[in-house]
Design a protein around this ligand. Structure first.
Ligand code: FDA
Length: 506
């Protein structure tokens, strides 16, 4: 059995011989709960009082500690989950979403957050527990003129983000974060330290760059290719109400945004019947205003809407808005203890054929009965469409116009399911309008509604997992991931409700 009290005691005593005791917290410690909830902002992911907490949380400071947790875990049949930034949309890095699920330990990599920049080579070794805000700040201060393509929110962890791809406003020029990984260091399912991609082999190095976190091992550090950014970038943030033509503008945006010059990304946030167009242009305001006026006059962009700022200031602006003007850029090095917010549920889609104006009008007017729904549209095209579907496990490349992220927020005490706005819109209305057979989804916007694993005879079933797997990765990439899993973790040690299963046959 994978779960018994005597295993657990033996596991903890195994850890105590290899890891300093102050780095291993058990539920009896006063610091345990604050650490466990330190990354949780979504009330939906706070476990009910009746759920079992992890057996312990280990906060390693060196690779040997991570190796020890995996080795002790294997010997005493205790699985581990790894947390970098803890932003998993279903909380799989620190909680079991299965009622009465097996006991597990958490490796929390928040102390693994060194960033070593080599400005001359335009590369950086970045530990997985680094947040995006830390990464941006360290890169921009150590190597002005260089940046890295990654996500918008500065509290997201590098470990999970790169493991699942990593979309952001520079992907049209530079691809996903995972496309810019040159090397990595990881601990495998046997507890071996694999110092570089040569030790991993091509297959495993392919799998960790977008095949989803928590599947193949624990990546400690990533060697990233840094990319040039100009001293000043241009930013605009323009909101249109329905009366001001928001529906027409979004309808047109669908085909314009993926075809704009690659130095320019314009994303859209739709909420409360308004659309906000937010940009990053790797150049100055006069050039971007001229481009937008000729390519997208419906937006009515003027010079007054555009601001020039450093690449790092742009990160702060996108997150904190206008208030960032009065903040030091060190605000991006946010500390991780956050307050828990409302209930949140996310889902995603990919769009290959533009929706009609009529469809958008219905989406804008979709009844939300008190809840707050948001759609975030991220344009693809550019570099994204020149990368082959199997270059990494992330398959949404050529032919994709944009990604949709649906976010619903609600308050209350219960209600762990998907609320009404989202399920009505996503399940029924959007289904025929978005990518089909399979309907696409982004693994980093993890959604357990699209399928959860079944363990059969001690191993995760491939057939069951295929249902969600082909939606995140496409069938060919998912099958390759499952074959790699068979090679590197045949006994399925790293497993969770949506982990890649080992493909045992063939
Ligand atoms: P977390 O620590 O929860 O890990 C996520 C998964 O990866 C878990 O399964 C975990 O076990 C595994 N994992 C973590 N560290 C690992 C490691 N070192 N080795 C192996 N596996 C590991 N995405 C995006 O592409 N662009 C964006 O702009 C944003 N923005 C954004 C904002 C907010 C507020 C949220 C909540 C989420 C996003 N995301 C995003 C999605 C984000 O990319 C996704 O949630 C990542 O998995 C988060 O990585 P963390 O390390 O923070 O999560």
């Amino acid at each position: 059995a994978w779960s018994s009290n005597s295993n657990h005691t033996d596991f903890l005593s195994c850890l105590s011989t290899k890891i300093p005791s102050q780095l291993v917290l058990t539920p009896s410690s006063r610091s345990f709960k604050p650490l466990l909830v330190s990354s949780i902002r979504n009330a939906r992911l706070v476990a009910p009082a009746t759920a079992s907490p992890p057996l312990c949380i280990v906060t390693p400071t060196q690779a040997s500690h991570v190796q020890a947790v995996v080795r002790c875990g294997r010997s005493h049949r205790v699985p581990v989950r790894v947390r970098s930034g803890g932003h998993d949309n279903e909380g799989l890095s620190y909680r079991s979403a299965t009622p009465n699920g097996e006991a597990f330990a958490v490796i929390d990599l928040s102390k693994f957050n060194a960033v070593r920049v080599d400005a001359h080579a335009a590369t950086a070794w970045v530990d997985s527990g680094t947040t995006l805000g830390e990464l941006y700040y360290r890169v921009a201060t150590a190597a002005p003129g260089l940046g890295f393509p990654a996500g918008v929110c500065p509290t997201v962890g590098v470990g999970g983000l790169i493991s699942g791809g990593g979309m952001g406003l520079m992907m049209r020029k530079n691809g996903l974060s995972a496309d810019n990984v040159l090397d990595a260091t990881m601990v495998d399912a046997e507890g071996n330290l694999l110092p570089d991609k040569k030790a991993m082999g091509d297959d495993l190095f392919w799998a960790i760059r977008g095949g989803g976190g928590g599947n193949f091992g624990i990546v400690l550090s990533w060697k990233l290719r840094l990319v040039p950014v100009p001293p000043k970038v241009a930013f605009f943030n323009v909101t249109k109400t329905m009366d001001q033509g928001a529906v027409d503008a979004v309808t047109k945006w669908q085909t314009i945004a993926p075809a704009l010059p690659e130095d320019l990304s314009v994303r859209v946030v739709i909420q409360k019947r308004q659309a906000t167009f937010q940009s990053l242009y790797l150049g100055n305001c006069s050039a971007v205003v001229a481009t937008m006026r000729s390519r997208f006059p419906e937006l009515g962009l003027t010079r007054g809407d555009c601001k020039e700022m450093s690449w790092l200031q742009h990160k702060a602006y996108l997150y904190f808005g206008d208030t960032s003007k009065n903040m030091p850029l060190e605000a991006l090095l946010l500390n991780r203890s956050m307050t828990i917010g409302p209930f949140v549920k996310n889902k995603s889609d990919y769009v290959k054929k533009a929706l009609t104006r009529d469809a958008w009008k219905k989406i804008f007017l979709w009844p939300d009965s008190g809840a707050v729904g948001q759609l975030i549209l991220e344009p693809h095209g550019g570099m994204m469409s020149r990368i082959a579907d199997d270059y990494t496990p992330f398959p949404y490349r050529s032919g994709v116009l944009y990604n949709i992220q649906y976010v619903e927020f609600w308050n209350g005490t219960g209600g762990h399911g998907t609320p009404k706005w989202l399920s009505g819109l996503y399940d029924d209305f959007m289904a025929p309008l978005v990518s089909k057979s399979p309907r696409g989804a982004y693994v980093n916007y993890r959604d357990l509604d699209i399928g959860v694993n079944k363990v059969v005879g001690g191993v995760t079933s491939y057939e069951t997992a295929k249902v969600w797997g082909e939606r995140y990765f496409g069938l060919a990439n998912f099958k390759r991931l499952a074959k790699i899993k068979r090679k590197v973790d045949a006994t399925d040690y790293f497993r969770n409700e949506q982990s890649v299963p080992p493909l045992l046959l063939i």
